[in-house]
Design a protein. Structure first.
Lengths: 150, 349, 427
């Protein structure tokens, strides 16, 4: 699900940018989608897993987008929290960014070798995981919004 | 209390049969300890005894892997031992591979605890470290005096079912499993001591070896193939018929340089394979299947490539130590450079 | 900077009618200490409990561990920018109540973690089982915002530790040690010119809620790599707001007693020239990582370092910063040793770190945090066991009916510390 269309094709066949934020967030965390939906383009994988999030980021990297935040942010482990949010550039480069690719592949390796996650027993705990994940991605906002272009 | 029964595997040299010239002897079982087995007996004390020793030629084992494994397994099964030990093989490549192979088989097929010992650079170590417990030894039999007590101690722990500690505590080659243990000093002190050694250029051991991705930066592509000199290098073991340089079928201790000036095609009369790691039939029938001399010579005649280099360089990759391979590669590279070779077709099997 | 530290050894803690330290015993009258804590509307209740080494006590969930200290002479007060004013610390005289700690316990989020066992197998894995612990157990009001409550709990712990530290002001220390750090000019003196110039790069956790560190009250996320004196750190200039994971988060106690700083100072002027300490962060935003690690190597160059020890904090994301800092220093010819911990899986076979580089050829490890351990049932729990099943490193059924806990080392406070605080290692 994509919240906020990024661009559209004009009748003249040109790409017209609708959303002006320079970054987008790929996430499976509904709290992030809600809190930041106004501020930037969100690729919200509503029932996606953390692996789905990172793989979506990987696909974007292969389309020449750049990863802007650490895919494995936070010390709450992949086998503990089901939520992942990653900030990715809206603009595309001329080639695949090697650093982005490496980060994504390392993240997938860590998730791959993680043991199975348990079902979260209480909704309040689930909310806590969402809160921490939101806080981690929010921590990048001052940095990304300080600069004009990406 | 009865002693644990141990079966010991050693090669033709330590079995006092002979040296390289007797490496072809098949496995034979003898009663009691032989050679290094006597030292093991002393170290086992009252806890264990070697009831049988299997003596086997390194070449016979490596060139008849399936048959050899089956034969030795049967011999071991007959004794119903509590423990199986092999070697120590130190830096003898084929011996190390044999020890690793047979230990792996005994462990898997017979469910008997196993232990072997060899030098960390022995190709057998790389091949079997994650499957079989391997005590780290010196690189030659001069290290026997320290290897045997270390192996005996760990062997007794294994057979008694005691907890095996971290690799550095017990003296085995890291087997890919990280195990915690309490060191004598705290981490910050260990870091300072490691740093002082590193600064002084002294050897130190990292507590966590980084995984190596062994990336080789590629050279720029050839822009004009019609002008390029191409050379053949292979670990496929292709040699002139008769193997004049006696390159070993595994754990090669050398490489050969062979002149192919005027040679358009390799035939079963003129060339053969020395490689012992696969069925040699197809390579012996037509060695071009391993190194494409015929095709490259054709390209040369058609002008597709500038020149096929007059020499090809060959060794056997089977069980050959990484360190040896690097050495041969460095020497071959120097020759290639001196002949202004532009590119190499590198084949393996 | 020159700091004279007077250590007063605490041999026991007991409750009484007044607050004082007498003959090495801390006497605690809870009411006056709890008053400032309970003033915070977010804290519903708070009380103290005492845990002595060897007692059959389990403290959980642990938030922070703080050593009571007081500035007797010299500028500023302990925990500058947090409890005291922002004035620079690190010189003069400071007293320490050694052998004890204030431990803050109580939930902040549902998966809050951290166990300190005072006896049994678990005690071997945490340095805090060897301290006399005054545990401040707190409970939040209903319906609270996590980040606000985290701040409240953090401040409560620091204030309490400072208040108790205050009791040491007039005491005569059992042991006095003088620590001195040179200025850059002094570091070039003739006497030390043949010694290798060694620096310490301290990476601070800085990713968001439950993942923050404060330097003189400044959120480390918003800092550029900079220099700090070893003695400032001893005065509590760096405090922890980090709660995840228990095994490798640096408690405030770890910062106050930084083992790398102490080991380097011990051989300064003899085997090495301990030139200075660089602090740097571990942000989520990648450009911040690049900027911070570039800045660290720039500072290292300014200091003309020959070598450095680098310590990190946390898992995954920080491994990237660690490798960046390490490789950038190595490429400048500065030799490094890095201290980290590992997440190699319960079977010990997984890749231990989330990043790697062959230049990081000298590594000290605090051990594999995934290793499973069974903690025996203990007689008394300070805090609550409600969270053990969802504690990081725990799993459904972690808490067994007999009260024992089967979980990973990740669950034990300080067990795989990445400053090299412990003797545990792995191969």
């Amino acid at each position: 699900m994509i919240i906020g269309e990024l661009w559209r094709l004009t009748p003249g066949g040109e790409q017209e940018t609708l959303h002006t934020s320079k970054f987008q967030i790929v996430t499976n965390n509904p709290m992030v989608a809600e809190a930041l939906g106004e501020r930037c383009h969100i690729v919200f994988l509503e029932h996606g897993s953390d692996r789905d999030v990172i793989e979506t980021v990987r696909d974007l990297v292969h389309r020449h987008h750049r990863v802007l935040t650490a895919p494995l942010a936070g010390s709450v482990k992949p086998w503990e929290t089901p939520y992942r949010s990653v900030m990715v550039s809206v603009s595309k480069g001329t080639a695949i960014d090697a650093t982005s690719l490496e980060l994504v592949e390392f993240a997938l390796m860590v998730i791959g070798q993680s043991r199975e996650r348990l079902e979260t027993t209480k909704p309040s705990i689930d909310r806590d995981f969402q809160t921490v994940d939101l806080s981690l991605i929010e921590s990048a906002l001052p940095s990304v919004e300080a600069i004009g272009r990406i | 209390m009865s002693k644990f029964k141990v079966v010991h595997y050693i090669n033709q040299f330590f079995g006092q049969v002979g040296g390289e010239e007797m490496a072809h002897i098949p496995a034979e079982k003898r009663k009691g300890p032989v050679g290094p087995g006597l030292a093991f007996t002393k170290n086992f004390g009252d806890d264990a005894e070697i009831v049988a020793t299997i003596v086997c030629g390194d070449s016979w084992f490596n060139e008849n892997l399936e048959l050899a494994t089956e034969t030795v397994l049967a011999m071991v099964k007959e004794e119903s031992p509590d423990l199986f030990i092999a070697g120590p093989a130190f830096n003898a490549g084929r011996y190390g591979v044999a020890c690793g192979t047979i230990c792996d088989a005994v462990q898997t097929e017979l469910g008997i605890p196993v232990l072997t010992g060899m030098y960390v650079e022995n190709p057998g170590a790389d091949m079997f470290r994650t499957k079989v417990l391997i005590v780290s030894t010196a690189d030659s039999a001069a290290g026997m005096r320290r290897a045997v007590p270390a192996m005996a101690k760990l062997a007794l722990k294994l057979v008694k079912g005691e907890r095996i500690g971290a690799s550095v505590e017990e003296g085995y080659i890291p087997d890919g499993v990280r195990r915690n243990f309490f060191d004598k000093k705290r981490g910050s002190t260990r870091a300072l001591e490691m740093l002082l050694k590193k600064i002084a250029g002294e050897p130190f051991e990292t507590e966590y070896p980084m995984p190596t991705f062994d990336r080789v930066p590629p050279m720029p592509a050839i822009t004009d193939m019609t002008k390029a000199t191409i050379a053949i290098v292979t670990s496929g073991g292709i040699v002139p018929k008769g193997n004049p340089d006696r390159i070993e079928s595994s754990s090669a201790s050398k490489y050969g340089s062979y002149n192919i000036e005027g040679v358009d095609d390799l035939t079963s009369e003129t060339y053969e394979t020395a490689h012992g790691g696969h069925d040699p039939v197809y390579a012996n029938e037509d060695a071009d299947r391993v190194i494409p001399v015929d095709v490259l010579r054709q390209y040369e005649k058609e002008g597709k490539i500038g020149k096929l280099h007059d020499w090809f360089y060959s060794t056997v990759g089977n069980g050959t130590a990484v360190a040896s391979s690097k050495k041969y590669a460095a020497e071959i590279a120097e020759k290639l450079i001196s002949y202004d070779v532009d590119a190499v077709v590198l084949t393996s099997t | 900077m020159k700091l004279e530290v007077g250590y007063i050894d605490i041999k026991g803690i007991r409750f009484g009618d007044y607050n004082a330290v007498e003959d090495g015993i801390l006497i605690v009258n809870p009411e006056p200490l709890l008053e400032p804590v309970l003033e915070d509307p977010l804290i519903k209740s708070a009380h103290f409990e005492i845990a002595t080494p060897g007692e059959s006590i389990r403290i959980t969930p642990v938030k922070d561990v703080i050593e009571p200290r007081v500035k007797v002479e010299g500028g500023g007060g302990v925990f500058p920018g947090m409890v005291s004013k922002v004035d620079t610390v690190g010189s003069g005289k400071t007293h320490v109540l050694r052998g004890m700690a204030v431990v803050t316990a109580g939930p902040i989020v549902g998966f809050q973690e951290g166990i300190i066992d005072m006896t049994g197998v678990g005690a071997d894995y945490t340095p805090f089982s060897k301290l006399h612990n005054l545990v401040l157990v707190m409970e939040p009001v209903e319906d609270f915002k996590q980040h606000e409550y985290e701040a409240a709990a953090r401040l409560a712990g620091l204030r309490t530790a400072a208040a108790i530290g205050e009791l040491a002001r007039e005491l005569v220390p059992d042991e006095t040690v003088v620590y001195e750090t040179p200025t850059i000019a002094e570091s070039f003196k003739e006497e030390w010119k043949d010694l290798p110039r060694v620096g310490y790069v301290m990476m601070l956790q800085s990713q968001g809620l439950l993942h923050d560190t404060y330097v003189y009250g400044v959120d480390a996320k918003r800092t550029l790599s900079t220099l700090i004196s070893a003695t400032e750190v001893m005065d509590g200039a760096i405090v922890s707001g980090n709660c995840v994971s228990a095994c490798d988060k640096n408690t405030t106690y770890h910062h106050q007693n930084n083992p790398v700083i102490h080991d380097l100072l011990a051989v300064h002027g003899k085997k090495i020239n301990f030139v200075g300490t660089i602090i740097t962060n571990e942000n989520v935003y990648l450009d911040d990582k690049i900027r911070s690690s570039d800045w660290t190597s720039k500072m290292a160059r300014y200091l003309s370092l020959d070598a450095a020890i680098i310590t990190q904090e946390g898992f995954g994301n920080p491994d990237t910063d660690l490798i960046m800092n390490c490789t950038k220093l190595e490429k400048q010819g500065i030799k490094t040793v890095i201290i980290t911990d590992e997440y190699a899986g319960q079977d010990g076979k997984s890749q231990s770190l989330a990043d790697a580089d062959e230049l990081a050829n000298a590594v000290v490890t605090g051990g594999n945090a995934n290793e499973v351990v069974v903690l025996p049932p203990l007689d008394r729990v300070i805090g609550t066991l409600d969270y053990v099943d969802t504690v990081a490193g725990g799993h459904a059924g972690s808490l067994r009916p007999d009260g024992s806990i089967e979980a990973e080392l990740q669950i034990i406070t300080g067990s795989t510390n990445e400053m090299g605080f412990n003797r545990m290692s792995a191969r």
